[in-house]
Design a protein around this ligand. Structure first.
Ligand SMILES: [Zn+2]
Length: 411
């Protein structure tokens, strides 16, 4: 068997395509294949697929294929343009490539597989010896195509949360589906954390078959921007204030009480983590340490106790008494003479309806933690995302539950 015929079979090429020439360049460590078709071949119009047309002229193209052992492999071909009586002059579709990015289907499938299993496009680029902008173009191409097909018509419950690329910089607002089979999927992500992000979401939501009036529950933090954005753009939705954000406020208050008190009680030095960590996760040493500091009968301990009780209230299963318990907690915090706790209580009372909505809706945005994990990992990998737009693409890729329609051979 001739080497050209061997490669034709390996690539799965069918008539009229054949491998015309194979060349291996040792210095460049590169294998190149020229694909061609016999003169007079007829091709289907890429639009209608039915009419067979003769080649009208050709245009040169190159694709990067899977490596041949350690050697980069390039395919070259003259792509015929055909003139369909109905659709005009079109470049024919070829069986080995799909997007315009210049990779073969197998290479695309391989790259997507690597990116989906947690490598950043920059790492993939290094691995295969490509520039990372081409990898990003490919990922964006597949993500955009898959998002165009996404269907939001069944969505009723939405979570809104923000995450930042660097501490306090480049905010990204993420909208999640909080219910049903697609629970946890990212519906939309965009730059910023203003009320306008909710308007942008609503617009994109409708474009994907979503029904704004059907969204009956939204989970968010207590920021004015989201409250305003939801009121204006998702008018039928009841707001639930995310319990993880509320617990975060309470934890910050405990820490503030400890910081103030440590000035007069040196025994509190070095105990910060004890008051913030969940005692269920203590080591034996920390447990013993905590028993010691609890004997101090300090203000920090009272603040910590308030926090523990609120945690228990959030574990309360009954719908009926939840609001009552929450009210009792707020009254207790208000009279605690611990200024940071009094402040938390005031904040909760100002946002009362959304605070107690939790006992009905039971929705949280806990899953956004996964994005923060992704962002931290990207930072460790030498700022793998570079731009906010790239990070949004990765969030869709990893958390959008998109049907990427990855080329079949590796699916
Ligand atoms: Zn046609």
């Amino acid at each position: 068997m001739q080497i050209e015929e061997l490669f034709r079979i390996a690539l799965g090429l069918e008539s009229p395509w054949r491998v015309a020439r194979v060349q291996f360049t040792e210095e460049a460590q590169r294998l190149e294949l020229w694909l061609d078709f016999p003169a007079g071949s007829r091709f289907a119009c890429p639009e209608c697929g039915q009419r067979l047309c003769g080649a009208y002229d050709t245009t040169e193209r190159t694709w990067r294929h899977l490596n041949f052992f350690q050697h980069a492999t390039l395919l070259h071909a003259r792509l015929p343009r055909v003139e369909c009586p109905e659709h005009g002059v079109k470049i024919v579709a070829v069986p080995w490539a799909r997007s315009q990015v210049g990779f073969t289907l197998l290479m695309e499938a391989y790259i997507l597989l690597l990116v989906q299993s947690g490598m950043t496009p920059r790492q993939v680029a290094r691995l295969i010896g490509e520039h990372d902008t081409r990898i990003w173009r490919l990922v964006r191409h597949y993500v955009e195509e898959a998002r165009a097909r996404a269907d939001f018509s069944a969505v009723r419950s939405v979570g809104v949360d923000e995450t930042s690329r660097a501490r306090g910089h480049d905010y990204i607002t993420v909208f999640l589906d909080l219910e049903g089979a697609e629970r946890g999927r990212v519906l939309y992500a965009c730059e910023g954390k203003e009320a306008d992000t909710v308007r942008q979401f609503a617009e994109d939501f409708v474009a994907h078959g979503g029904v704004v009036e059907q969204v009956s529950e939204v989970c968010a933090d207590m920021s004015r921007a989201y409250i305003k954005g939801v009121a204006e753009n998702l008018p039928q939705a009841a707001l639930t204030f995310d319990r993880f954000h509320i617990m975060k406020l309470v934890n910050e208050a405990v820490d503030e009480v400890r910081r103030q008190e440590a000035a007069e009680r040196p025994e509190l030095k070095g105990t910060r983590y004890l008051w913030l960590k969940n005692p269920e996760n203590f080591t034996a040493h920390q447990e013993a340490q905590f028993e010691q500091v609890k004997r101090l009968r300090c203000r920090t301990q009272r603040a910590w106790f308030l926090k523990s009780v609120l945690q228990d209230i959030y574990r309360w299963e009954s719908r009926e008494n939840g609001a009552k318990l929450m009210k009792a907690w707020c009254a207790w915090a208000t009279h605690s003479r611990l200024a940071p706790m009094v402040e938390v209580s005031r904040t909760l009372r100002r946002h009362w309806a959304g605070v107690v909505r939790w006992f009905e809706s039971r929705i949280t945005n806990g899953i956004v933690e996964a994005f923060n994990g992704l962002i931290q990992a990207a930072k460790r990998r030498a700022r793998g995302f570079r731009t906010t737009a790239n990070l949004v693409t990765m969030i869709y890729l990893l958390f959008g539950k998109l049907d990427l329609n990855i080329p079949a051979p590796l699916r």
